[in-house]
Design a protein around this ligand. Structure first.
Ligand code: PLP
Length: 446
């Protein structure tokens, strides 16, 4: 066996020969990780990090889970990969399991490799099924880095690659804290949902294949509608105009919100298509999935489905997902997220009482974010939307890393999205580091 690489060697090779996502390459300062277990990972010098973001909000079951590792090993011994037109046992059983745990009449799944591909596939299926072209989605959402998915989630990472596809239209968000429609009112007036109908009418309902929404908003800032009626209105608009509802559960799926899926927080809302990735395998192996209703599935019994790929229904990945779902069930992780959520929320609200730079705390389950502001009255963000981090946010981020905490800091937001296996003590460990870090932004208030 070769000797483990040293800290600097790992960093140097990575920076010299690989490219890092969404980054100015000269500015990246990566942690050289070598090992992970539970809610922690370690660098080559043995420094331990508390993973307070489940890596990219995907390692829901935590690191180094033996059930999943053994399932991957066993599957690799017998059958790693088969041509996508060949049937395999893990593929069939995973399809059946997803039909069981997803809401409503969702039944048949197309497997791919990522959340992006799952959404790109969903759009293609919706367009083929309806014979219509357009997809509508929110501005503050992320549905992936493909040309259609980047457009459908209005997230500004799309801008350097525009113009994108011409058949995507965005609408406004149910963003109570900074809402265009109701920020100054006593309560949400649901214009965030009702204006969508006007967008539909202006765009021509007969041209719209689907509306896509995250089941529970994620990296844009966990911006969930304050009134659950939002979803009823969206579903009603879809039904009225024959538009499909695509629910993106890539980030909010698999227990993150204390339910199997984010949309399960809104009982009775049945998606026509749902997309998954991340927590489906908890990142042990890449896998994405697009599940469609029985009715859409039937349509493709007699029409060719024009979606595919070499690694579709990858046998090893399907086996890993089955094992991962077994872990959620056997270890009761969905309920665990629901029970630990209030502990995390209480901790964050205590921080808010202590630190004036926390403008708002939002979330549910083990899916929370803090919005940091320069001034609670004006709500001016500590760092602006889609601009490089300001000095205080940079300092806060560096402080967290120096104290051995891995957290996701974006613009003026600090996310708290730990693995679902986290204990109360480990949560307190994270909250205590956040408590120290927040004095940096408190001092930067105006
Ligand atoms: C809601 C949502 N959809 C889609 C994606 C894209 O998934 P992937 O990075 O696996 O392509 C993400 C990624 O963060 C996401 O949060």
């Amino acid at each position: 066996m070769t000797a483990p690489a040293a800290q600097n060697e790992i960093i140097d090779l990575n920076k010299e020969y690989t490219l890092f996502s969404w980054a100015v390459q000269g500015a990246v300062n990566p942690i050289p990780a070598v090992r992970a277990e539970g809610v922690y990972f370690w660098d080559a010098d043995g420094k331990r990090y508390l993973d307070f973001n489940s890596q990219l909000m995907n390692v829901n079951i935590g690191h180094g889970n033996r059930t999943v590792i053994e399932a991957i090993k066993q599957q690799a011994e017998s059958l790693s990969y088969m041509y996508p037109g060949i049937a395999t046992d893990p593929r069939g059983r995973l399809g059946e399991k997803l039909a069981e745990i997803t809401p409503g009449l969702l039944k048949k799944t197309f497997f791919c490799l990522s959340g992006t591909e799952a959404n790109e596939s969903a759009f293609k299926l919706a367009r083929q099924y309806t014979g219509r072209q357009k997809i509508l989605g929110r501005f503050r959402a992320f549905h992936g880095q493909g040309f259609a998915s980047q457009q459908a989630g209005g997230d500004p990472r799309r801008i350097p690659n525009e113009p994108g596809v011409p058949w995507v239209v965005n609408f406004h968000d149910p963003y109570r804290y900074r809402c265009l429609f109701c920020r100054d009112l006593d309560k949400c007036n649901l214009m965030c949902a009702n204006h969508i109908e006007q967008v539909v009418q202006f765009e021509g309902p007969e041209t719209i294949a689907a509306i896509v929404l995250e089941g529970y908003s994620g990296s844009s800032g966990i911006i969930a509608p304050p009134d659950p009626e939002y979803w009823t209105i969206v579903r009603r608009i879809c039904d009225k105009y024959g538009i499909l509802l695509i629910v993106d559960e890539v980030m909010s799926g698999f227990g993150r919100t204390g339910k199997w899926f984010g949309i399960d927080n809104y009982p009775g809302i049945n998606p026509d298509i749902m997309t998954m990735a991340k927590g489906l395998t908890s990142g042990y192996v890449p896998l994405g999935a697009t599940i469609v209703s029985e009715e859409i599935g039937k349509y493709f019994d007699t029409h060719a489905m024009m979606v595919g790929g070499t690694y579709s229904s990858h046998t090893l990945a399907c086996a890993a997902a089955l094992a991962c779902i077994q872990v959620y069930e056997e270890e009761g992780l969905i309920d665990r997220a629901a029970t630990m959520g209030p502990v995390l929320e209480r901790g964050l609200r205590d921080l808010q009482a202590e630190h004036p730079s926390i403008g708002e705390v939002r979330g549910t389950g083990l899916f929370y974010v803090m919005e940091l502001v320069k001034n609670r009255g004006t709500r001016e963000p500590m760092s602006e939307f889609n601009k490089p981090l300001t000095e205080p946010m940079k300092k806060l981020s560096a402080f967290l890393a120096s104290k051995g905490m891995f957290a996701f800091v974006r613009w003026n937001m600090v996310f708290a999205v730990p693995p679902l296996i986290i204990t109360e003590e480990q949560l307190q460990e994270g909250l205590s580091i956040l408590n120290d870090a927040l004095s940096i932004t408190d001092q930067a208030m105006e």
